[in-house]
Design a protein around this ligand. Structure first.
Ligand code: NCD
Length: 517
């Protein structure tokens, strides 16, 4: 087997799986491919010539730029391109699932899938489904998944910002109009956060705030992000400080409430006079399309040297060509930096504690203890949590004998905690994971002959998966039952193990772990 480059088989489905060294290498490659294409040095970019490789462009949503820049990039690279734009003439109309459609292209032995899909997390679900041999991968490129991410746009945006500003660090970046539904605004800032001292200013209607998950991701990397949604004229005032302003269209088709659209429609228009006083290297960009009836950048600015959207769109070809060439093993052999590997996931949700350290308690107890069975203790003092645990453990359905309550701990009478005692039942692994997800921080006591024989401290597992009845709270997530895609929800713990904050593995939605049930 021939030696492969480290990028061989890489999927470009989210921006969290792009590392700084990968990005540096990628940007340099894309710049040299851009130059080769411009000067028609065909041998330098038609890297798949005579390789009989295929790309499938599966576009479940409308697209002009992503669709055609990918197709042109594929053809320039020497791939052959097949696929659909809109599902009208496909078996999707007959009710075929996403993974079944993908399986067909897998069966046809193609090399790349470029996917645009209306549901959040679709591309990630596809990559996790594909199980080809490591030496003949089917690589997936996310061309936009619902309102979640648009990583390949993010890469071309970063490439464009570098061309405009001459650097990718120490930048003040403005993001305006629709950071809530505009998926492109969720991708490029995360990539820029790999470089030092970048700051973001977000300008939007208060109903269209940047998703918490994006803010949290940026802040987690030490990046400053300021939201300006209640001060009229804030964008105009901030412009002289900005190095780049990223405008978007209002994503009307994704709004849950039309009123949101009308409230925000007339808020932002970048007019020619706003260019005055901006820095010499300032640029205004836009992923496009802009809406001709309610544009966000005044049409008279199209020829202005600080107007970047057309050059930005043009950068879609060399950047996407670079992504495909790297993943298909056509270039990048000299790269010896790190490559992103998903971290391994620790399944554990408890730690044993010596039951011997328990002191015999004297004095009154609120609930009569069990002689044989389980005591769940230290459940956060919210009656709803302990009640929900009783339902999840199916205590009534099983006919278990149990007692539960919310009590004041003897040592800390100012606080409250939930306690539950179940007679003649020890909790199985899945029960423990259910309780750990509902109440990280609780303790499980196994009782035999009136004595604690095993004591465990629960905590939130790194990945919550495989539990019955869990659901992502994002109604546009690919895992939701109503879409019948049969993709079980997985939620990753974010933050400390004693806290209950999780993030959907597919759509990045932040939730409290008890909201999963
Ligand atoms: C964007 C998209 O589809 O997310 N367009 C693009 O890919 N260049 C932005 C949009 O639709 O407004």
């Amino acid at each position: 087997m021939a030696a492969h480059s480290k990028f061989f088989g890489k999927n470009w489905v989210d921006v969290s799986s792009v590392m700084r060294s990968e990005l540096d290498f990628f940007l340099q490659l894309a710049a040299s491919l851009k130059d080769a294409i411009r000067n028609r040095r065909i041998d330098d970019y038609k890297l798949a010539r005579d390789r009989d490789m295929f790309a499938a462009l599966l576009f479940y949503e409308p697209s002009t730029r992503t669709r055609f820049s990918f197709e042109i990039a594929a053809l320039r690279l020497g791939l052959r391109a097949v696929g659909f734009s809109g599902t009208e003439a496909t078996s999707v109309k007959k009710g075929e699932s996403l993974l079944d459609t993908i399986d067909m292209f897998d069966a046809y032995d193609i090399d790349a899938v470029i996917l645009r899909h209306p549901l959040d997390g679709a591309a990630k679900a596809v990559t996790e489904h594909l199980t080809r041999d490591a030496d003949r991968p089917l690589c997936c490129f996310n061309g936009g998944d619902g309102q979640n991410e648009h990583p390949t746009q993010g890469l071309l945006d970063v490439f464009t910002i570098r061309e405009c500003c001459g650097r990718l660090h120490d930048l003040e970046i403005g993001i305006a109009v629709d950071p809530k539904y505009g998926r492109t605004t969720h991708s490029f800032p995360i990539l820029l956060s790999l470089f030092p001292n970048n700051r973001f200013h977000v300008f939007s209607h208060p109903d269209l705030r940047m998703p918490k998950a994006v803010i949290q991701h940026l802040e987690g990397r030490g990046v400053e992000i300021t939201e300006h949604f209640e001060e009229p004229g804030a964008l105009r005032r901030k412009l002289p400080d900005l190095d780049f302003l990223y405008m978007t269209r209002l994503q009307r088709e994704r709004f849950e409430d039309e009123a949101e659209y009308y409230a925000a429609r007339d808020l932002f228009l970048f007019t020619p006079d706003m260019m005055e006083g901006t820095k010499p290297s300032f640029g205004v960009g836009h992923p496009l399309p802009d809406n001709k009836e309610f544009p966000t950048i005044h049409p008279s600015l199209k020829g202005h040297p600080k107007f970047w959207p057309k050059r930005q769109a043009g950068n879609g070809v060399p950047t996407r060509l670079a992504e495909m060439a790297l993943s298909l093993g056509l270039t990048g052999f000299e790269y010896d930096g790190e490559i992103y590997r998903p971290p391994s996931v620790e399944k554990l949700c408890y730690r044993d504690r010596s039951p011997g350290s328990q002191k015999e308690r004297s004095g009154p107890v609120d609930i009569r203890p069990v002689v044989d069975g389980t005591v769940i203790d230290h459940v956060e003092g919210n009656p709803y949590v302990i009640q929900k645990i009783s339902r999840l453990l199916k205590l009534c359905e099983r006919g278990d004998i149990f007692r539960m309550g919310v009590v004041e701990p003897i040592k800390r009478p100012d606080q409250r905690k939930g306690v539950m005692m179940i007679k003649d039942r020890l909790l199985a692994d899945q029960d423990l994971r259910l309780v750990a997800t509902m109440a990280p921080g609780a303790t499980i006591n196994d009782i035999r002959d009136g004595r604690v024989v095993r004591k465990r401290d629960l905590f939130l597992p790194e990945m919550i998966e495989g539990l019955p009845g869990i659901n992502c709270t994002n109604r546009r997530c690919i895992t939701r039952h109503e879409y019948h895609e049969h993709i079980p929800v997985r939620a990753a713990r974010v933050g400390p193990e004693g806290k209950n904050i999780v993030k959907c593995h597919y759509c990045n939605n932040l939730m409290q772990s008890d909201e999963l049930f």
